[in-house]
Design a protein around this ligand. Structure first.
Ligand SMILES: NC(=O)c1ccc[n+]([C@@H]2O[C@H](COP(=O)([O-])OP(=O)(O)OC[C@H]3O[C@@H](n4cnc5c(N)ncnc54)[C@H](OP(=O)(O)O)[C@@H]3O)[C@@H](O)[C@H]2O)c1
Length: 508
C-alpha cells in the first residue's frame, strides 16, 4: 500500500495510531481446519480481511483452508470473498482482496486421511517457496470439539523442525474438568503451553480489555475497588435469542457450559484480579487464575437454574425451550443460571458477586456493574425516601459499548432534590470509529504470539472445577422446568437470591 493510502486508512481510524506502534507479525501460513464451517465464514475470514485492510497481517502471508467439502482453490477464494462481502465491517477493496486471495489455498480432506495430510504438507511447502512464509505455522482448529485431540496428535507428529508453530483451539474446551484435563494432556504431548491459544472470544472484545484500562490506567478507581467501598458486583450476560439451530450442542452444554464456564468467569476474573506487574501473558493470567482459585464453591441455595417457556421477546411470541426443534420434550437442560459467588481473598472477602446468564431474556446485554456502598451520611434527609441510589459503575460490554457512572445530582430549581443521573463514555462517540471485531484482535495476537487474551490451562481447570461442583449439586434435585417465561429476567428465585440480602438486579 502506498504511504498515502496508509495515511488515509489511519485517518479513518484513529485507533490505528496505537496499533501502528506494534510490530508486524513474522511471515507465516495460517492453516484453518474447518474452512467450510460457520465460524470460518462468519467470523474468521471477515476478521482476516479487516486485518488486511489495515495492513496488520504479515507482509509474507498465506492461508490454507482444509475441510471435507470438495472445493478448488478458486471456489474457496470465491466463497470467502462472498463471506467478507456479507459479514465484514469493511467494504471489500479489490486491491486488498486480490493480495490476500493470491496466498489462499484449499485442501479437500477428511482429517484422518493420510493422503490429505500429504496434500496439506505439499501445499504448505509450496507456499513457503512462493510466498516466503518461512515454515512458520498457525493451525486454527475451527472444528467440532471431538476432533481437536486427534488433530493435535497428527499435527504434533508432523511437526517440522524449521519455523515456529502455534495452535489455536476454539471453545468449548472439554465438557467437564476431567475431559479438559485429558484434552490438555493430549495437546501438551506435542505443544508447549506457550504455543497453545485457547479462544474465549469475549477476551477479544474492546470493552472487556477496557476493563483493564479503566482499572489500571486510572488512579481513581483502584483505591475504592475493594470490599470497603464496593457493596456488591453484578455481572449479566443476557441474550434475547433462543438456541437458534444449535439444539444438539445446547442440549449437551446448557447455559452453564456455554457461557458461565468461560465468558462469565473470565469477566469475573478480570473484574476481581489484582493489578498485574506488567501486561505480559503470564503476569495477567497469573492474577486471573488466583481469583479463580480463591472462589468458594457455591452451595445449592446460592445457585439458581432456569429454563424458558413460551413468551414474548421484543414484541414477538416465541416457543418454549422444550418446543424448539430437536430438543427433548422433557429436557432438563438449563437456559438460565444465576449465582451468588464469593472471591475469598483480602480484597473481596464477604463481597457478593451476583452473576446471571440466560437465553430468551428481555434484551441482549453484557454488563459488569460495580455497586458501591451508600454514602455514609447523606445530609439530605428527605431524599433518602426518594430512593437516591448508591453509585454504580457500569461497564457495558455489549451492545452500546461504553462505561457509565451513576451519580446523585441536584435537580435544577429550588430545594435540594437529588436524582440519579449517568456520566457516560460511549466508544462510538469518543473514538468516532467502529470497534474491531473480537476475532480481529485474537487472530492478530496469535500471529504475533501474544497469549495475554487467551485462556491458560490452569484457568480452564479452575473454571471447570467450579462448574463441576455446581453441576454435581444439580444431580440431587429436579426443578420444575420451564420456570420462566421467555422475555422475562429468569425465574423468581433469581430475584430472591438478591432480595434476601435487600438487593435487586439492575434494570437499566
Ligand atoms: N460458529 C460460531 O460462531 C462459533 C462460536 C464460538 C465457537 N465456535 C466453535 O468453533 C468450532 C467450529 O464451529 P462451526 O460453527 O464453524 O462448526 P461447523 O459449521 O459445524 O464446521 C465444522 C467444520 O469442520 C469440518 N470437519 C468436521 N469434521 C471433519 C472431518 N472429520 N474431516 C474434515 N473436516 C471436518 C467441517 O467440514 P465439512 O463441512 O466440509 O464437512 C466444517 O468445515 C466449534 O468447536 C465451535 O464450538 C463456533
Amino acid at each position: 500500500m502506498a504511504e498515502t493510502d496508509q495515511a488515509v486508512v489511519e485517518a479513518e481510524n484513529p485507533l490505528l495510531e496505537g496499533l501502528r506502534l506494534r510490530r508486524r507479525p513474522d511471515p507465516c501460513a495460517l492453516v484453518i481446519f474447518g474452512a467450510s464451517g460457520d465460524l470460518t465464514t462468519r467470523k474468521l475470514f471477515p476478521a482476516i480481511y479487516s486485518l488486511a485492510v489495515r495492513r496488520l497481517l504479515p507482509e509474507r502471508f498465506a492461508i490454507v483452508g482444509i475441510a471435507r467439502t470438495e472445493e478448488s482453490d478458486e471456489d474457496f477464494r470465491q466463497r470467502m470473498r462472498e463471506a467478507v462481502e456479507e459479514h465484514s465491517r469493511d467494504e471489500l477493496r479489490e486491491d486488498v482482496w486480490q493480495e490476500l486471495a493470491a496466498g489462499m489455498r484449499y485442501v479437500t480432506s477428511e482429517f484422518d486421511d493420510p493422503g490429505g495430510w500429504e496434500r496439506l504438507t505439499r501445499a504448505l511447502n509450496a507456499l513457503d517457496a512462493e510466498r516466503g512464509t518461512n515454515g512458520n505455522r498457525v493451525y486454527y482448529l475451527a472444528v467440532p470439539p471431538g476432533a481437536i485431540a486427534n488433530l493435535a496428535d497428527e499435527l504434533g507428529k508432523r511437526r517440522e523442525t524449521e519455523g515456529w508453530t502455534r495452535l489455536v483451539v476454539e471453545k468449548p474446551f472439554g465438557r467437564d474438568r476431567a475431559s479438559a484435563t485429558d484434552l490438555n494432556e493430549r495437546i501438551h504431548c506435542h505443544f508447549s503451553e506457550r504455543e497453545i491459544f485457547r479462544i474465549d472470544h469475549y477476551l477479544g472484545k474492546e470493552t472487556v480489555q477496557n476493563m483493564l484500562a479503566l482499572r489500571f490506567a486510572n488512579g481513581i478507581f483502584e483505591p475504592i475497588w475493594n470490599r470497603q467501598f464496593v457493596d456488591h458486583v453484578q455481572i449479566t450476560v443476557a441474550e434475547s435469542i433462543g438456541i437458534e439451530d444449535r439444539a444438539e450442542f445446547y442440549e449437551q452444554a446448557g447455559a452453564i457450559r456455554d457461557i458461565f464456564q468461560n465468558h462469565l468467569l473470565q469477566l469475573l476474573a478480570l473484574t476481581a484480579m489484582e493489578p498485574p506487574i506488567d501486561f505480559t501473558a503470564d503476569s495477567v493470567r497469573n492474577e486471573k487464575v488466583k481469583v479463580l482459585r480463591s472462589m468458594q464453591t457455591p452451595g445449592p441455595s446460592t445457585v439458581v437454574r432456569g429454563q424458558y417457556g413460551r413468551g414474548f421477546v421484543e414484541g414477538e411470541e416465541v416457543a418454549g425451550y422444550r418446543e424448539e426443534p430437536r430438543v427433548a420434550p422433557d429436557s432438563m437442560t438449563e437456559t438460565f443460571v444465576a449465582a451468588e459467588l464469593y472471591v475469598d481473598n483480602w480484597r473481596w472477602a464477604d463481597t457478593p458477586f451476583y452473576v446471571r446468564v440466560g437465553k430468551r431474556l428481555p434484551r441482549r446485554e453484557t454488563t459488569i456493574a460495580i455497586h458501591f456502598k451508600r454514602a455514609p451520611h447523606p445530609p439530605f434527609e428527605e431524599l433518602a425516601a426518594e430512593g437516591l441510589r448508591p453509585n454504580v459503575l457500569i461497564v457495558q460490554v455489549q451492545p452500546d459499548e461504553g462505561v457509565s457512572l451513576a451519580i446523585g445530582a441536584k435537580v435544577p430549581g429550588q430545594g435540594m432534590t437529588i436524582r440519579t443521573v449517568h456520566m457516560d463514555f460511549l466508544y462510538g462517540g469518543a473514538f468516532r470509529t467502529g470497534l474491531p471485531e473480537a476475532y480481529e484482535r485474537l487472530i492478530l495476537d496469535t500471529l504475533l504470539g501474544d497469549a495475554t487474551l487467551f485462556t491458560r490451562a490452569d484457568e480452564v481447570d479452575e473454571q471447570w472445577a467450579l462448574v463441576d461442583a455446581i453441576v454435581a449439586a444439580w444431580q440431587r434435585d429436579r426443578p420444575g422446568f420451564p420456570n420462566y417465561d421467555a422475555g422475562t429476567w429468569g425465574p423468581p428465585s433469581a430475584e430472591e437470591l438478591l432480595a434476601r440480602a435487600g438487593r435487586a438486579w439492575r434494570r437499566n
